[in-house]
Design a protein. Sequence first.
Length: 109
Amino acid sequence: MPARAVIDASVLLASLLPDEPTHPEAQELLGLALLAPAKVELLSTTLLPYELTNGLWQAVRQGRLTPEDIEEILQKYELFEILLYPVRPKAVIALGKSLGYPSAYDLAY
């Protein structure tokens, strides 16, 4: 059984954008997921594509990327096999109540 890792857009953006600081552990995990997907299973919510797209578009607006750069970055993104799960609002609320965590958005992951 492969190891499972939940990832969000910040991890992907850090690995895909040339000017973002990266974390060695995250880079190692994503590299392993690309090279040996049978060993690492990447999981996220259906929010991920929206967050990734927004992060890329903000980088264009800030002059860090061109719209043409996005095409190349999205091709790299598509190499990752990420299992996307729908956000279940009732489950998020139940988790928030049990943990006392203030952000439903973060709990969705």
